[in-house]
Design a protein around this ligand. Structure first.
Ligand code: AHM
Ligand code: MG
Length: 323
């Protein structure tokens, strides 16, 4: 089985990008270790802090964020990082070539119940020309991402990675190495499985209510086949399932926060997951538009998300266009 860095070298990926990915994995291995000990290392439970979005931070949100920030900013290739858990971007080497955005611990509401969580990341390049250190360096559409991925901390830790040439998966071995376990992952174009938080149904747009209603009607409804539902409440685990066997995941706009496009964040969740899904042959949309073409206006911007098996995503979009 091939080592992550050997695989990337063999694929002729830019050596600096390989070095950056290795640095990211160093941080993720440290997070995996902290998670492994759970209650024994006193890392579970909530902290006294709330993040910039007003959400209570878990102790592990803070630990994972600090580990990633420190390890990445120690690498001179990194100009700056933007994190779901930081108010603003944090900067390192002014000569650094790369920008990294991350959700340090996605699905962290699941930590205390020992359900899968993960680190989601996206790598951008500093735009050409002279720029002051500011959040605006990061405001690039998802189509500009050089690489994106996640590490899912489940029964085993798995990295799903794209550098813009397909998606590959690597499993963390007891030696501390990530080894290639799935090459050229593809999302089946059709599916009979969907994931959405049904308890928000009454707040959705009519088009979303109609679409999900028709899936639930199964073989008695217009779709004329039965669908199965899953909701892990950990996007990283849902996307991993979709990359593994297909499916549709959505966290749509809802009227609880009408001024907010959605719950998930464009730069830390929407764009990296969209790049992975598209690179694996799937599709990703706000229900109306391609997520990766959105021009971000601020780093913590939210977005409505529907992604997964291509034909199912297209059907969902038709319901929205027709409404
Ligand atoms: P987080 O980044 O604060 O963990 O929030 C994102 C998570 C996603 O992983 C998941 O899809 C969603 O929030 C679950 O939301 P809900 O609690 O409404 O089911
Ligand atoms: Mg998240």
């Amino acid at each position: 089985m091939q080592l992550l860095s050997n695989f990337l070298k063999h694929k002729k990926i830019d050596s600096e990008l390989i070095e950056l990915i290795d640095t990211l994995m160093l941080a993720c291995k440290e997070i995996a270790l902290q998670l492994r000990e759970g209650e024994l290392s006193g890392v579970l439970g909530i902290s006294d802090n709330t993040n910039v979005q007003g959400e209570t931070q878990k102790k592990l949100d803070i630990i994972a964020n600090e580990v990633l920030k420190k390890v990445l900013l120690d690498n001179p290739l990194v100009r700056g990082v933007a994190s779901e858990e930081e108010d603003h971007a944090v900067f390192g080497n002014p000569e650094g070539r790369f920008l990294v955005t991350f959700d340090p611990l996605d699905g962290s509401s699941n930590i205390d119940i020992n359900v899968s969580v993960g680190t989601i990341f996206s790598i951008l390049e500093v735009p050409p020309g002279e720029h002051e250190d500011s959040d605006s360096l990061f405001l690039q559409p998802g189509t500009q991402q050089l690489a994106a991925g996640y590490v899912l901390y489940g029964p085993h830790a798995v990295l799903a990675l794209t550098t813009g040439d397909g998606v590959n998966m690597f499993t963390l071995a007891h030696t501390g190495d990530f080894l290639l376990t799935h090459e050229d992952v593809t999302v089946p174009s059709t599916t009979r499985e969907f994931a959405i938080n049904m308890s928000n149904q009454r707040y959705w747009e009519p088009a979303m209510r109609d679409y999900i209603g028709d899936l639930i009607a199964g073989s008695d409804g217009p779709r004329e086949q039965n669908y199965n539902m899953r909701w892990i409440a950990s996007m990283v685990a849902e996307v991993h399932r979709i990359l593994t066997r297909g499916g549709l995941f959505s966290y749509p706009w809802d009227s609880r926060n009408p001024g907010q496009p959605g719950k998930l964040r464009l730069m830390y969740e929407g764009n990296p997951m969209s790049m992975l899904i598209e690179q694996a042959g799937g599709a990703s949309t706000t229900c109306y538009d391609r997520i990766m073409e959105i021009q971000p206006e601020h780093i913590h911007q939210r977005v409505a998300v529907a992604l997964g098996s291509r034909e199912e995503v297209q059907t969902l979009m038709r319901y929205h266009q027709d409404s």
